[in-house]
Design a protein around this ligand. Structure first.
Ligand SMILES: Cc1ncc(C[n+]2csc(CCOP(=O)(O)OP(=O)(O)O)c2C)c(N)n1
Length: 573
């Protein structure tokens, strides 16, 4: 048997594993170059059923896989060689674990008898990600014993099922000895067999979730609320939240859904709350008697304060079983949401004026915002947000970087019906462009990334993968000259301007246009208000990655935010 020939064993072993991943429904694989991982890499390359992506920087590759998994809803696979290559996955592992995104990591390693002896590119890879993964397995050295092969197949199934069911990262460590390269004839034969394998329909692994029932007494509490409020923070791929709109309808409750919550727009959804809830004087008339919370901790400062200060109001948190979410420590009851809620045929008793009051406040706030968002040169971050969200096609996705972008979308943007993604598991500014590239590769629609200059510069290696992007992806860089969110900190008010600028805001002189040129990516500079919409409209029609760098005024942008946060509800509101 050819698979028993010494040079073919590792490749055959990898092929058996890879075929099982395919049978379990895996599609996207991001491979980084290396020698020890040769047989895994060749096994994927020989199977046409997978879509392969090459990422030379493992840190960026891992965030790309995160985006692929977020967009496709299926686990994405990563392959790397031994040593620090694997450690570079760490930030994305944390983000995936904390935001519930399924990833499968396949790391090649030296076999145990080489470890701990100073052999090159050898580090301790066992459980390197500590408690973050939901599954870890040391696969064992390749052999063709039927029992070993059965165990290997089972480990592929476990990786898929656990990463999906427990919404997180599975890490499998593969020790390999030389020779890594199979006989080319054996590779060709395997490739031929894989052709048949890739066309065979396999029942893909999918979780069958029923509906979760809440007891009768629970419902009677919910429907007796006169001022019920639903709050939805960013959600993860697997959060079963399709019932939010029917729930809101039943309770006649306003829904404060943050960007990234993926809650569709309805007559219950309220926007602009990060603006009008900032001023606590506005809470009069908006205080709920029941708060139902879903998703991750809200991003909005105003909303978090509202939750905090309303700790005497009944707050029920419906949580992803893996993530305890209650940063404000204000919820009275925590319920693990393992399946969508069954909404019974009941009628709520909300005050008729309750939803209307929220709607009216939203409308008045938007009118107030309109007045404050007049075009000016230089442009502001807020103006860019308002114009881009106004012109963005309905059928498109948006990725929001951390720092101001995720907040500015709430304050200045309209996000009706758009698919919005955020990395709020660990809220890093790292890997944002890579995530957006992954999102775009697995998405049928055009997309746009809204990102600050520092976060963009932090992840320029993402541009190495830009050539994989087939749909239009517009990267809108809000170049306001540094990390301006730090202007919200007390240190900014402390009359230590030089220290503040040097150590916090950290303006850079990097030429973004030159960076784009180096990667052969279109770059357009925007500095006047009338350029925003025509430039964006042109780029969102063009396939591939394009950078629209908006030079914005940081002082004016801050003033505009403060103006909106100072909105006051008048008697007529
Ligand atoms: C990996 C990582 N490093 C550092 C931080 C701290 N941090 C938060 S916001 C920020 C500045 C971001 O600047 P930019 O992307 O230009 O956005 P802006 O503040 O102007 O909105 C930094 C460094 C972080 N969140 N993540």
């Amino acid at each position: 048997m050819q698979e028993n020939e010494p040079q073919n064993i590792a490749f055959y072993w990898s092929t058996v594993f890879v075929r099982t991943l395919f049978e379990e429904g895996v599609q996207h694989v991001v491979i980084s170059p290396g020698s020890r991982s040769t047989s895994l890499t060749l096994a994927f390359s020989a199977h046409s059923g997978f879509t392969k992506h090459i990422g030379v920087d493992e840190r960026s590759a891992a965030f790309t896989a995160l985006g692929l998994a977020k967009s496709s809803g299926k686990p994405a696979v990563l392959v790397c060689t031994s040593g620090t290559a694997l450690a570079n996955y760490y930030p994305a592992v944390i983000e995936a674990s904390q935001s519930g995104v399924p990833l499968i990591i396949l790391s090649a390693d030296r076999p145990p008898h080489y470890r701990g002896l100073g052999a090159s590119q050898t580090i301790d890879q066992l459980k390197i990600f500590g408690n973050y993964p939901v599954f870890f397995h040391e696969v064992g050295e390749p052999d063709t014993n039927p029992r070993s092969l059965k165990r290997l197949q089972l480990s592929a199934m476990q990786a898929v099922q656990q990463s999906v069911d427990e919404t997180g990262v599975a890490h499998l460590n593969f020790p390999f000895s030389k020779p890594f390269e199979p006989d080319p004839k054996f590779l060709k034969k395997t490739e031929f067999e894989n052709e048949k394998h890739s066309r065979k329909p396999f029942p893909k692994y999918s979780q069958q979730i029923g509906e979760m029932e809440l007891g009768e007494t629970f419902w009677s509490d919910l429907i007796s609320a006169e001022k019920p409020l639903i709050i939805v923070g960013p959600t993860s791929v697997s959060d079963p939240l399709d019932f939010i709109t029917p729930l809101a309808r039943t309770l006649e409750a306003p829904v404060l859904a943050e960007p990234g919550s993926q809650v569709p727009i309805s007559r219950h959804t309220i926007q602009g709350f990060d603006g009008f809830l900032r001023n606590t004087a506005n809470w009069n008339g908006l205080n709920a008697d029941l708060i139902l919370r879903f998703g991750q901790q809200p991003v909005s400062k105003a909303l978090n304060e509202y939750l905090d200060k309303n700790s005497d109001v009944m707050q029920v948190s419906f949580m992803n079983p893996k993530q305890w979410v209650d940063g404000s420590l204000s919820s009275h009851k925590q319920i693990q949401l393992k399946a969508p809620l069954n909404i019974p045929d009941v009628t709520g008793s909300a005050d008729k004026k309750w939803l209307k009051k929220w709607k009216k406040t939203e409308k008045d706030f938007k009118a107030f915002r309109e007045e404050h968002l007049h075009p000016s040169t230089p442009i502001t971050d807020g103006y860019v947000f308002s114009k881009v969200s106004e012109t963005q096609p309905k059928k498109s996705f948006v990725m929001l970087s951390n720092s101001f972008p995720v907040r500015d979308m709430s304050l200045f943007g309209e996000f009706d019906g758009k698919e919005i993604y955020v990395n709020r598991g660990a809220a890093g500014i790292d890997g944002i462009t890579s995530t957006a590239i992954g999102l775009s590769i697995a998405n049928e629609n055009p997309g746009c990334l809204m990102i600050g200059d520092i976060a963009f510069i932090h992840d320029t290696n993402a541009l190495l993968m830009a050539k994989e992007v087939k749909q239009p992806l517009v990267i809108v860089v809000l170049n306001n000259g540094g990390g301006t969110i730090f202007r919200m900190l007390p240190i900014h008010q402390m009359r230590m301007k030089d220290k503040y600028t040097t150590y916090f805001e950290t303006p850079q002189n990097t030429k973004i246009a030159a960076l784009c040129r180096a990667h052969d990516i279109d770059h357009i500079l925007v500095s006047r208000p009338e350029q925003i919409i025509p430039t964006f409209d042109k780029l969102i029609e063009k396939k591939g990655v394009h950078v629209m760098e908006c030079i914005t005024d940081a002082d004016e942008s801050m003033e505009q935010r403060h103006a909106l946060w100072n909105f006051k509800i008048t008697d007529s509101s």
